[in-house]
Structure formats: C-alpha cells, structure tokens
Design a protein around this ligand. Structure first.
Ligand SMILES: Nc1ncnc2c1ncn2[C@@H]1O[C@H](COP(=O)(O)OP(=O)(O)OP(=O)(O)O)[C@@H](O)[C@H]1O
Ligand SMILES: [Mg+2]
Length: 469
C-alpha cells in the first residue's frame, strides 16, 4: 500500500486584512446596537442604558447593563473573534462574533468593562483597537484601568455588577466625514432612529410578554439618553378593533434538524377606527403603513425583520392592515439563513407554497377591513365589545404594552424621547438643548447648567424656550 506523505501547515489569518473585512459584514447602526442589547438580555440584565454623547471628533456611545458581568477570563474570551460559548436552545447569541463585529462596524475603538455578580470582584477593562491591530498585525487587546472609561461607564460599574461597552473614534457612525456639521447631523439622525428600532425589535422583552419568560424572567427596560423606551407593539393588540386571526404552525425538518415555525396573523384597525389620529400614526411604524404590512419575523422572541412579504407577494395599499408574526427557534437558523448581523432572514423555500396559501385569506380580510364600505356591512360593535375574529385565535396571550401613549419621561434629553416622541420632527430647539446637555455632561457641569436654565426660565422665558426648555 502506498503511504501518502502529508504535513499540516498552519495558516494564521492576517489580522490587519481580516479586521477590515469584519468591519463590513452588513450591520446598520441600529442593527449593531441591537446585537449588543442581545448580549445584555442573555446576561439577564434588567436594565440597559444607552448614552450617545456628542462631542465632535470625541463623541462616543456607551451601553451599560446590570447583567451577570464577566470575570477576567470570561472577558478575555468574549473579546476573541469566535468566542467559545455553549448556547441554550433559545439563546440570542450564536456566532461568538457580535460584540466585536457589531462594534467595529461603527467605531475604531471598543472598550469593554465588566464586573461579575458577587461580592469583592474588581472591574476589568479591555480595549479592542483597530489601529493597534493594524499596526501590530496581531489579534491583541489592551488591558486598561477604569480611569480610561468615560465617567458614565466607570460610575455605572462602581455601583453595579454588569458590563459597559464604549464605542469611541466613531468613524463609521459619524459618516466618515471631517465636516462636523454633517457628522453632527448623522449623529442626531442615528439617535432619533435608534429609539424606534429598539422599541420595535425588543418589544416582547420590554413588555414582559409571557413568551420571553423562560429566557428572561425579570422586568427589562432600555433607557436611551435618560429616557425609558416604551415597547412598540406592531399588532396593536391593545386596540379593541384589532382582529386576531387563526394561528398556524408549520413544521420544518431536514436530516438531523427540525422545528416549528409559528404564524399569527392580525388585521389592524383602519384609520377611522382610531379615536386619536396620533395612535394611528404611531402604528404606521418606522417604514410607514404600506411597507410595514407583512411578516414580522422573530428568532427566540427577538424581532429580526419587520414588514414585507419575503418576496412571496408585493406590498399593496389594500393589504396594509395585515401584519403576521412569524416565530422560529434557533434550531431553524440555517433554514432561515440567519447571518452574523442577524438583521435579515429568508423564508425557507420548503415553506413557500404553504405560506402563500396561508396568506391568501389574510390579505382578503385585510382588504375588507381597509375598504370602509365593506367594513360597514359588518355588524356594528358596541362600546367595549371586541370585534369578532374571522376565525378564533389559536394561541392566547399576546402581551399588551405597558403604555401606548409614549409620553416623554422626566429628565434626560426630553425632546429626543424615543418612540413615539422621536417620530416628531427634530426641532432647532431640541437640537440646541441636546447640544447644551451633552456639553454639560462631557464637562461635568450638569448641575450648573440646570441652575442656569432655572434662572433663565424665570428671567427670560422666551430665550429658555428657544434653547429647547
Ligand atoms: N453584556 C454582556 N454581559 C455579559 N457577557 C457578555 C456581554 N456581552 C458579551 N458577553 C459574553 O461575550 C461572549 C461573546 O459575545 P458576542 O456577542 O461576540 O458573541 P455571542 O453573543 O456569543 O454570539 P453572536 O455572535 O451571535 O452575538 C458572549 O457569548 C458572552 O459570553
Ligand atoms: Mg452576541
């Protein structure tokens, strides 16, 4: 018998080249932040605070959570591209990449500070710096002291266990420009959109939906620049005229894998059925009514995709009241083609015909609800009564959000309240207020600013208003 000569040759990836490639795997700003919030939920945080601090070239973003935190060894592993990790069947993580790839899609310097639960643990800080990796051509991180963190982050870890993520040198987030006016606009735009996105993507966790209880049993809140996000329920399950149609399960299996895809259709109320036009406007969602019709795809209760018919059908004005939840478990990740950024999926080819048949009657029901003349032929509903679903719902218990009015909370950057206030046009006043509050935060003069404005409000109310108060 002939013996084959062979030898193992190790090819170490070129860090300098690869790190650039990892910056471009398709994250949007919103998607990148959401990927980090996934980590906080997985770490059982009950609160995630996101602070976007505008300071021209030195602007930064901090995501702080009060979750499990990490030991020194765990933190080092977390900084590895492809961290070693065992996942539960409903874990939000999958690749061991998100923390790094999401961060460097927006910034050149990522710092992670962490303190694990329990008494007597110190804070550890590691810095992942693209310039350093490019210079050394090595996958290295730098251990730092807590004094290198922004005060918001070090203060947080002084008070609680948990993790802080700091993004600085925000080349991508600021739109890669040296023009600070443009950069500031990009920063504000991102800030405005982020609240809407997180309120939508994590609405089940924010509203304490029963379905999330096995993943995250406690309450959960996200605070963006001092304002707590209200969940955004795309299905208006709180509205008496929302119709809950029959749910359907779609089993999906292949060799060595399988799972169930669950679909729950809703027909939302038509415009005239809202008492308050603002409620209707809020429900239109980030992409507005026509583009928000269709599938809302959830993986382990976290929304991956909102609206659209996955290429099965085209959006149509007449069907804009139809919205359908599609839930799939992580066991079906491959079938749905989930990628690292977890921002898009495709409907498995195996399901297409069945789903198309399922959607037909839903679109008919949506057309009926849209068409006021036809709708008026339906039996009238008395006050407080619920509309007759076209067919009875199969699964009960879709959570009602804590509130739908979304009034701004006290404190923080008022005019930049997230959903739904963030849907309002940014005014010049709110921009001024944001700039002043951020400058006060950066220089540590928040209480001085507060005192000045109090005095100004009584001496010259008009100017105070012009400044956004
Ligand atoms: N906020 C956090 N709190 C505690 N541990 C964290 C936190 N963020 C990350 N980790 C740890 O770091 C590991 C790596 O995170 P990373 O986001 O890179 O990958 P992942 O979440 O495992 O998978 P994915 O690539 O799908 O996000 C996590 O598995 C977790 O153990
Ligand atoms: Mg992750």
């Amino acid at each position: 018998m002939k013996i084959l000569q062979q030898e193992v040759v190790q090819i170490v990836p070129n860090a300098k080249r690869l790190v650039q490639g990892y910056r471009d795997i398709g994250y949007t700003f919103n998607g990148a932040v959401a990927d980090l919030v996934d980590n906080s939920i997985a770490a059982q945080a009950t609160e995630v605070r996101i602070d976007m601090v505008w300071d021209s070239h030195h602007s930064y973003l901090v995501i702080s959570d009060n979750g499990d935190g990490m030991t020194r060894a765990q933190l080092e592993e977390a900084m590895r591209l492809g961290s070693d990790q065992d996942y539960d069947s409903d874990d939000l993580g999958k690749f061991g990449l998100g923390l790094k790839t999401a961060s460097i899609s927006q910034c050149k310097v990522l710092q992670v500070g962490s303190r694990p639960r329990g008494i007597g643990h110190a804070v550890d800080v590691l810095r992942f710096d693209i310039d350093h990796i490019e210079t050394t051509n090595n996958w290295e991180v730098i251990r730092q002291g807590t004094e290198t963190l922004p005060t918001i982050a070090s203060d947080w870890l002084a008070e609680t266990h948990g993790t802080v993520i700091v993004w600085s040198n925000l080349d991508r987030l600021l739109g890669g420009t040296n023009n600070m006016d443009k950069a500031r606009n990009a920063f504000f735009d991102h800030h405005r959109g982020l609240g809407l996105h997180l309120a939508m993507v994590f609405h089940r966790f924010l509203s304490g939906d029963e379905r999330t209880k096995h993943q995250h049993p406690a309450e959960f809140r996200i605070v963006l620049n001092g304002l707590e996000l209200d969940p955004w329920d795309p299905f208006a399950t709180w509205h008496e005229k929302t119709q809950t149609l029959t749910a359907q399960d779609f089993p999906l299996a292949g060799v060595g894998w399988g799972g169930i895809v669950e679909m729950q259709p809703y027909i939302l109320p038509a415009k005239e059925q809202f008492n308050d036009p603002k409620e209707h406007e809020l429900l239109s969602g980030p992409k507005k009514w026509n583009n928000q019709q269709g599938f809302y795809i959830y993986r382990a209760n976290r929304m991956i995709q909102s609206g659209g018919w996955c290429g099965l059908l085209t959006p149509n004005e007449h069907y804009k009241l139809a919205r359908v939840t599609v839930d799939f478990p992580p066991q079906l990740d491959n079938a749905f083609g989930i990628n690292i950024a977890k921002m898009r999926v495709t409907l498995p080819a195996q399901l297409k015909d069945e789903v198309k048949a399922f959607v037909g009657p839903i679109r008919k029901a949506a057309d009926l609800a849209y068409n006021a003349k036809e709708r008026n032929k339906l039996p009238a509903l008395g006050p407080g009564s619920t509309p007759p679903p076209l067919t009875p719902p199969k699964r009960p218990g879709v959570a009602v959000p804590r509130t739908t009015s979304g009034t701004a909370q006290q404190g923080g950057l008022g005019p930049f309240a997230p959903w739904p206030v963030a849907t309002l046009r940014e005014t010049e006043q709110s921009r001024r207020r944001f700039a002043l509050e951020t400058a006060a935060k950066v220089t540590g003069h928040e209480s001085a600013l507060e005192a000045i404005l109090k005095a100004l409000a009584s001496s010259d109310e008009r100017t105070a208003r012009e400044l956004g108060w």
